[in-house]
Write a new protein. Structure first.
Ligand SMILES: [Zn+2]
Length: 279
C-alpha cells in the first residue's frame, strides 16, 4: 500500500537502520525495486525527480503506474511515492494532487527566509492530504567538489520555524558520480543529530563506501537516496548485452537485460542499510 514516509522513517530512526530511497526512471525500474523490497520485506521509498516525471508522462501517470504495480505484484511492504527535489511549491502541489504520498521541497537555492516560507506553504497543503515533507537548506552539490556544508545554526532555525518530517543536511555528500573519494563530515552530522529530533536524509548515497554508510546510520541518518549507481550498473549491463546480441531488437529483452544488475544492487543496499525483515 502507498503511505507517507513518517511512520517508516521514525521507526528506522528509533531502531537505527535506514530506509532506501531508490529513484526510478521508468516502469521497469519501479517493478525491479518493488520485487526485491517485497522479497526482503523492506519498506521502500520510490523517488521520482521532476525530470523523470516529465519523461514518464506526468504526475498522474507515475501515481497510477505505481498503484498498478503494487496491486498486480501483490506488494504488501510499505511503499512511499516521493517527489524528489520539488523545485517549487506548485510542483509539490501537483504531486500531492496526483496522489504522491511524500514530497521534497527544495528551496536550497533561495535565502533561508524564503526557503522557510515556501516550505511552510508546502507543509500546510501536504498536511491536508497526509503527505510527508522533506527539505534541505544548503544546496547539495550536483558535481562533487566537497565545499558545501550545512550550518548548524541555520538548520536549527529552519527546523524550529517549519514542521518538516525529515531533513537532508549537506555533509560533504553530492549527487552524481563523485570526483574524489567522498569524506563525510561525521562530526557535523553528530552535532546535527544531537540538536534535531526528526529523521535525517543522506542524498547522493551512490559511491559512499559501506563503512561510512554504517557510521552515518548510527549518527541519525534514517533515509539514504540512491540514484546514480543503479543507472551506471544498468547501462553497463545493457551495453554488454547489445554488443553480444547484435540481432536482438525486442525492447523488452533489451531493457530487461539490465534487470539483474539493478536487482542485485538493490538487494545489497537494503541489506547494508538494515531495512530488510522490518515488515
Ligand atoms: Zn538529492
Amino acid at each position: 500500500m502507498l503511505s507517507n514516509s513518517i511512520k517508516m522513517l521514525n521507526k528506522a530512526k528509533n531502531e537505527k537502520y535506514a530506509i532506501p530511497q531508490f529513484n526510478i526512471n521508468n516502469l521497469e525500474w519501479a517493478k525491479y525495486i518493488l520485487e526485491i523490497s517485497q522479497n526482503l520485506k523492506s519498506p521502500v521509498i520510490l523517488g521520482v525527480s521532476e525530470n523523470a516525471i516529465k519523461y514518464i508522462g506526468g504526475y498522474n501517470t507515475v501515481v497510477n503506474m505505481i498503484k498498478g504495480l503494487i496491486k498486480d505484484l501483490n506488494i504488501t511492504v510499505p511503499v512511499s511515492l516521493h517527489l524528489d527535489h520539488g523545485k517549487s511549491v506548485q510542483s509539490c502541489i501537483n504531486a500531492i494532487n496526483a496522489g504522491f504520498t511524500s514530497v521534497m521541497i527544495d528551496g536550497s537555492k533561495f535565502s533561508l527566509n524564503e526557503n522557510i516560507n515556501m516550505t511552510n506553504e508546502v507543509i500546510k497543503y501536504a498536511k491536508e492530504y497526509n503527505v510527508s515533507v522533506e527539505a534541505e537548506i544548503e544546496n547539495i552539490d550536483d558535481n562533487y567538489d566537497n565545499n558545501s556544508y550545512s550550518k548548524l545554526q541555520d538548520i536549527i532555525e529552519f527546523i524550529n520555524k517549519t514542521d518538516i518530517n525529515s531533513f537532508a543536511p549537506s555533509i560533504g555528500n553530492a549527487h552524481g558520480i563523485y570526483k574524489n573519494e567522498p569524506k563525510l563530515e561525521l562530526n557535523l552530522l553528530k552535532q546535527i543529530n544531537e540538536n534535531v529530533d526528526i529523521p535525517l536524509v543522506l542524498h547522493g548515497g551512490s559511491g559512499i563506501d559501506d563503512e561510512q554508510i554504517k557510521k552515518v546510520i548510527k549518527l541519525g541518518i534514517s533515509k539514504i537516496n540512491i540514484n546514480t549507481q543503479l543507472q551506471v550498473e544498468w547501462s553497463k549491463q545493457v551495453r554488454i548485452f547489445l554488443n553480444k546480441n547484435k540481432n536482438v531488437y525486442d525492447p523488452k529483452e533489451i531493457i530487461n537485460s539490465g534487470k539483474d544488475a539493478i536487482q542485485k544492487r538493490v538487494m545489497e543496499y537494503i541489506i547494508l542499510f538494515g531495512s530488510n525483515n522490518k515488515y
